[in-house]
Design a protein around this ligand. Structure first.
Ligand SMILES: [Zn+2]
Ligand SMILES: [Zn+2]
Length: 371
């Protein structure tokens, strides 16, 4: 048993920084010393998940110990953690849709019976405690299933590696793995925060010729251009109160037809179906912000032959996608340093959450000292 500091959500809207006990790894587990953990809105939401929980679902660190059944990493290896953890054996894993693994469902994190939680290996105040998304990265040590770690090559700083495990893989993966955007095609991206900027980067990597960034914030549009957008459209209200017609603007930029793909990354429920209006007949609309609200949509928006997809975790296959992302980072074709606006110590988690809620950072990252 090792003792470490961790951020514990109380399930009722607050958190404490406290000691937890972490067991040695079982056969199929890896014990990781966390060095950096990204913060996103999900962490703030996790404060209300009705039970005590080790917070954090983005992280990178160093392997301290491995179970007897682990061979793909060794103690001392730098690793990134993934919160979609495939089992490799279920119906969905066998057909290659590992993000839809039936034995490890991050979409169901609020259910206690989420299969592989292994909560008994982590204890707080003498009792087993779950870890957010089964990885709980806001902690000096985390005990995870072996499928939750992938090696990081030399030259990738921990804060950069940490953010690849959530917003980067969601954005880049949705463009490359789910939409399969092709050279010469056109893409519209509604919302240019952390996920939207990475859709833009993914589209750029794919050789897309037209990348239309749409946001109501001029600063976000300026960033979008730096990350590869070819056009920037300010979503704005006109003096007469009317909404600027972004559909007409996108059509004008795409031979009057609409984009081949349109991605929504705003988290605004009223915009959930907007991508349908931005794509051509037969085009693909993707809603990336996991909107849970009741939303109405006029059925003609689906006409004709338009597809509407809600991708999970960018269709990520960790062993394939993380090496690819780190390769693009190391050869300079994927900008990740610019996404890490500020780093904090674990004791500053409250400040980091406040800064996120106020929109002060592209991304805040908690860094931990070497153990
Ligand atoms: Zn599975
Ligand atoms: Zn996240």
């Amino acid at each position: 048993m090792a003792v470490t500091r961790a951020a514990i959500a109380d399930g009722a809207g607050a958190f404490v920084i406290d000691d937890i006990d972490v067991s040695p790894p079982r056969d199929d587990e890896v014990l990781v010393e966390i060095r950096a953990a990204g913060i996103c809105h999900t962490d703030h939401a996790s404060l209300w998940w009705t039970r005590p929980l080790v917070m954090g679902h983005e992280g990178a660190g160093v392997v301290r110990e491995i179970g007897s059944g682990v061979s793909h990493v060794l103690p001392g290896d730098a690793v990134v953690l993934n919160w979609c953890i495939p089992c490799g054996e279920c119906f969905q894993c066998r057909r290659g849709e590992t993000v839809l693994c039936e034995r490890s469902r991050p979409a169901h994190v609020m259910e206690r019976s989420s299969g592989h939680a292994h909560a008994e290996g982590t204890r707080w105040r003498g009792r087993p405690i779950d870890r957010s998304f089964n990885i709980g990265t806001l902690s000096g040590l985390t005990l995870v299933r072996k499928e939750a770690v992938t090696r990081i090559p030399d030259g990738v700083p921990f804060p950069v590696a940490a953010i690849t495990g959530c917003g980067v893989i969601t954005g880049v993966g949705s463009a490359l793995n789910v939409a399969h955007v092709q050279p010469g095609e056109s893409v519209a991206v509604l919302g240019c925060g952390g996920v939207g900027l990475n859709v833009i980067q993914g589209a750029r990597l794919a050789g897309t010729s037209t990348i239309i960034a749409i946001d109501s914030n001029p600063a976000a549009l300026a960033r979008a251009r730096q990350f590869g957008a070819t056009h920037a459209v300010l979503a704005a209200r006109l003096d007469n109160g009317e909404e600027l017609d972004m559909t007409a603007t996108v059509r004008a930029l795409t031979s009057g037809r609409g984009a081949d793909y349109a991605f929504e990354a705003t988290s605004v429920p009223g915009l959930a179906f907007k991508p349908l209006q931005l794509v051509r007949d037969g085009g693909m609309a993707l809603q990336l912000s996991g909107i849970n609200d009741m939303v109405q949509v006029p059925m003609p928006w689906f006409m004709w032959n338009k597809r509407y997809v809600t991708p999970l975790y960018g269709g990520c296959v960790p062993a394939r996608d993380f090496p690819r992302i780190f390769g693009h980072y190391l050869d300079g074709t994927l900008q990740l340093d610019a996404l890490v606006t500020r780093t904090y110590r674990l004791e500053q988690l409250g400040e980091a959450l406040d800064d996120m809620l106020e929109g002060r950072n592209a991304k805040g990252v908690i860094v931990m000292p070497d153990a």
